[in-house]
Every structure is written in structure tokens, then in C-alpha cells.
Design a protein around this ligand. Structure first.
Ligand code: ADP
Ligand code: ADP
Length: 228
């Protein structure tokens, strides 16, 4: 579903953040990218989303070079969740979640119904939380809204960059279990960045272990853990 072919990213200051990366993520597979800070995980994600362009190589999405896809089409195919989910502060939870369906041309009423379904899917009660504003939610709840919003266009691909990195360990564990349950239902193709090996093991069908700009190992959690 996602295929990296000899992808290299050099930033203008000469930093090589990603160095000749080639790997593939199957449809419905969840691959966690784990490794220390600065080893190129976020750069990898941003290239899939075309926030930045590779210096060399290409990335295919369902067989198509993402460089040839128009930005609206890319938004339809990829949902993105980051650590500090940027919700619109003056919109309610329901409005924040409905933003994408509306942008994609839906009717207001249908968009709100869809948003309510999505909130339910991520474990929020639309009747209770839907009319709140982001600053009236806990950190964990805000991240759930971020996940709901990323799912709004029903994209086949989800990019998650430390989505549960800013909440305390107890909430993080709950979000992880909920996300696993959600993933069993929706079966997205997921790239999930974390620097927490336990999280990588718990969530990943496979784990990509990063070391400066390269993937040193790409295997199932059992194999990665069993490795010397
Ligand atoms: P990670 O997500 O694993 O922490 P990043 O992909 O953010 O790593 O960064 C990889 C490397 O690229 C680091 O050395 C970082 O300092 C560098 N880097 C990231 N963004 C930029 C940028 N905009 N300009 C220059 N160097 C960058
Ligand atoms: P979570 O486990 O989802 O992160 P918390 O344990 O942090 O939730 O929050 C517990 C409860 O407190 C939640 O039901 C949440 O709605 C409520 N809450 C947290 N922060 C606020 C706030 N600023 N205003 C109103 N309610 C809040």
C-alpha cells in the first residue's frame, strides 16, 4: 500500500535525515517506527504526506507515485495525527470533527451525523463531549478528537506521529487499547511513530527500528524483541 523506493531526504542545511530508505507497508498493516530522537522518523512521515519532498527516490501509494497525486486526493487518502493535535479552539468538538467531511463537499447535517459516529468510534460520547470546546477536554480526549478527525474522510492510510506522546502513562495505555480495538474494526494502513519501544511492540504488526536515517531492522515484535 505504501512503498518507499530508495528515498533520501537532505535538508537545505546539508543534514541527511533519511538515507536510501526502501520498505513496504501492506494494506491493513500497522508498522511502528521506533528509534531515538533525530533519527528521521518524522521526516519519513512528512514525506508521505508531502509536507516535504524527497531529495531522491519515490514513494508509492497504492502503486501511484505520490508526487503525481493532487493535494486534495492525497488528503482523501491520508489521515494525519500528531502529538499536539491542533484543534480549532473556537469550534466545538463536533464542529472540529465535522470540518473534514464539510471540506470534502458534504452537507452540514450529514457532516454532523458522520462526526457523531466518529466520536463514538474513538470512545467519546457525542451528546456529552460534542458541544464542548477543545480547552474543556482532557489531553487524552483531545487526542481522541484528533483521531476522529483524521478518520473523517475515511482514508485508507493513517499517519500517526507520537499521537499519545503527551499524555500520562495511564491514559496512554487506555488510548493504546482503544486504538488497537479501533484498528481491528477499521483496518487502516498505519505508520505509527513512537520513541517508546513498549508502545511499538504493543501496537505494531511489524516494527521498523530506526538508527540515524536508516531502518536497521524491520520485523515482527517477537523477532525484534528476540534479537540479540
Ligand atoms: P525524529 O522524528 O526521528 O526525531 P526527524 O525526522 O525530526 O527525526 O529529524 C531527523 C534529522 O533531520 C535530525 O538530525 C534533525 O535535526 C534534522 N531535521 C529535521 N527537520 C529539519 C529541517 N527542517 N532542517 C534541517 N534539519 C532538519
Ligand atoms: P482522559 O483519561 O480521557 O485523559 P482525564 O482523566 O484526564 O481523561 O479527565 C477526566 C475527566 O475530567 C474527563 O471526563 C474530562 O471530560 C474532564 N475534564 C478534564 N479537563 C477538563 C476541563 N478543562 N474542563 C472540563 N472538564 C474537564
Amino acid at each position: 500500500m505504501i512503498r518507499f523506493e530508495h528515498v533520501t531526504k537532505r535538508y537545505p542545511d546539508g543534514t541527511t535525515a533519511v538515507d536510501d530508505l526502501s520498505f513496504e507497508v501492506a494494506e491493513g498493516e500497522l508498522v511502528t517506527l521506533v528509534g531515538p530522537s533525530g533519527c528521521g522518523k518524522t521526516t519519513t512521515m512528512k514525506m508521505v504526506n508531502r509536507l516535504i519532498e524527497p531529495s531522491e527516490g519515490r514513494i508509492l501509494l497504492g502503486g501511484e507515485d505520490i508526487a503525481t497525486l493532487d493535494p486534495v486526493e492525497l488528503r482523501r487518502r491520508i489521515g494525519y495525527v500528531i502529538q499536539q493535535v491542533g484543534l480549532f479552539p473556537h469550534k466545538t468538538v463536533l464542529e472540529n470533527t465535522a470540518t473534514v467531511p464539510r471540506l470534502l463537499g458534504g452537507q452540514r447535517r450529514a457532516a454532523r451525523e458522520r462526526a457523531a459516529e466518529l466520536l463514538d468510534l474513538v470512545g467519546l460520547d457525542p451528546a456529552v463531549h460534542g458541544d464542548r470546546y477543545p480547552d474543556q477536554l482532557s489531553g487524552g480526549q483531545r487526542q481522541r478528537v484528533g483521531v476522529a478527525r483524521a478518520l473523517a474522510a475515511d482514508p485508507p492510510v493513517l499517519l500517526m506521529d507520537e499521537p499519545f506522546g503527551a499524555v500520562d502513562p495511564v491514559v496512554r495505555e487506555r488510548l493504546q487499547s482503544e486504538f488497537l480495538r479501533l484498528q481491528q474494526r477499521v483496518r487502516k494502513t498505519v505508520l505509527f511513530v513512537t520513541h517508546d519501544i513498549e508502545e511499538a511492540v504493543r501496537l505494531g504488526d511489524r516494527i521498523a527500528v530506526y538508527g540515524s536515517g536508516r531502518i536497521e531492522q524491520l520485523d515482527t515484535p517477537a523477532t525484534v524483541l528476540g534479537a540479540p
